[in-house]
Design a binder for this molecule. Structure first.
Ligand code: LMR
Length: 402
């Protein structure tokens, strides 16, 4: 039965954590997975999460029961306000349904399965940006979709290829499913401007494309959760029906707790019972009920005004440290006279920088300098700190000159 199964390739992102853990070199630097590290290079439990955990566990009513299929209302309700704004007309009109998921990946997969069953037209393909998060293609293909790409990164300037993107969305048959990164594009760190989002929305409307937003970095792009929700809110205000995958892995540091939501914005409240029933059915069939612990922690933070305010401060601390590291890396490369321009490192935003380093340079950095990054030259800027930044800059300088 198992004899003819071909070997699957290792995951391009998660394999790096394994390789770097196994590397005995004291100089090693893991710039692979998008997970925040403090200036000592350690995982950071957000202080507000610590407080929420203590509060939860002190509650005599705390237990380990199953959640409802739709998830924990304290989480889904709080997540909805965070995504669409506390004063969102769509939420007030009760035409948004939010279901708890296994973080962003689970939200993507639930959306993919839902769209495979109910997408209109039925044969709509899924368009992903070139490049995109390594898992997007795999998720949508696993759910049975045909996956195509639209241009996104201008590989010469390492900025947005807005003309290419708009042309590809225009050239696609009507009614395709388009995966958009709500903010802090992964892997490039290149986001459209507000005006460019308007142009994207124009073309999406003209071509009746269906927007599927993936929002894994709210708070990491500009440091402001409302500004980071700009694109999603713009599309909602322009009357699109859409889906949004939302993760609390990065912005609450709840990586392993798998805490997230999938939001469906429908045209009218009458549509919510059917949509929600199908999302619940598919979720029950795949995960039964979502994970409780992270949802409870996030629910406490989202519902308590004082803790919420503290969370925003914690997020600001993370995003500003990342920004400082971007500035330092760029300055150090410039000071070393490293060939090429490095301004894109500070122009890009969010957790990542798309360095423009080539595959052979990435391989040389790994083999000769114990520096781990994805093959496409993406670095998780959060992996940089005051202890390793000089070494990283010198290593990059050396391989670029070679
Ligand atoms: C990443 O891109 O590094 C993160 O989103 C982690 C993951 O699941 O790939």
């Amino acid at each position: 039965y198992f004899a003819n199964i071909p070997q699957a390739p290792p995951d391009g992102i998660l394999k790096l954590s394994v390789m770097s853990k196994a590397d005995p070199s004291p100089e090693k630097v893991d710039l692979g997975v998008g997970a925040y590290r403090d200036d000592a290079g350690s995982p950071w439990v957000l202080p507000v999460v610590n407080k929420a955990q203590k509060r939860l566990e002190a509650d005599p009513a705390f237990n380990h029961e199953y959640l409802a299929i739709g998830g924990l209302p304290a989480l889904t309700g709080g997540a909805q306000s965070l995504m669409f704004g506390a004063d969102s007309p769509a939420v007030d009109e009760r035409r948004v349904y939010s279901i708890q998921t296994i973080s962003g990946t689970g939200a993507n997969m639930l959306a993919a399965v839902f769209l495979k069953q109910f997408g209109q037209p039925q044969d709509a393909a899924v368009y992903i940006s070139k490049p995109t998060w390594g898992n997007h293609r795999s998720i949508f293909q696993t759910a049975g979709h045909e996956v195509r790409e639209y241009r996104y990164c201008n590989y010469d300037t390492l900025g947005l290829d807005i003309d290419g993107m708009l042309a590809d969305l225009r050239a696609a048959p009507k009614g395709q499913i388009v995966v958009l990164h709500a903010c802090a594009h992964n892997p490039t760190g290149i986001d459209p401007t507000a005006a460019q989002w308007q142009q994207i929305a124009d073309v999406m409307a003209e071509r009746s494309h269906f927007p599927f937003f993936d929002c894994a970095y709210q708070g990491f792009a500009t440091g402001d959760v409302d500004r980071d929700a700009y694109a999603v809110r713009l599309f909602v205000s322009r009357g699109f029906e859409l889906l949004v995958a939302q993760s609390f892995a990065k912005n609450m540091g709840l990586y392993g707790e798998r805490t997230g939501c999938l939001h469906a914005v429908t045209q009218s409240a009458d549509l919510v019972p059917a949509v929600s029933s199908q999302l619940n059915r598919l979720s029950r069939a795949t995960i039964s009920t979502a994970s409780a612990y992270g949802a409870k922690v996030a629910g406490v933070v989202l519902q308590d005004p004082a803790l919420y305010a503290e969370w925003l401060d914690n997020m600001a601390e993370m995003s500003s440290r990342i920004k400082t590291m971007r500035d330092l890396l760029r300055d150090k490369l410039v000071a070393l006279g490293t060939p090429g321009s490095w301004d894109h490192v500070t122009r890009q935003i969010g957790m990542f920088s798309f360095t423009g380093l080539s595959k052979p340079q990435v391989a040389a950095l790994k083999e000769q300098y114990h520096l781990y990054m994805t093959e496409d030259g993406r670095i998780s800027v959060a992996g940089l700190n005051s202890g390793n930044i000089d070494y990283v800059a010198r290593s990059i300088d050396a391989v670029v000159r070679n």
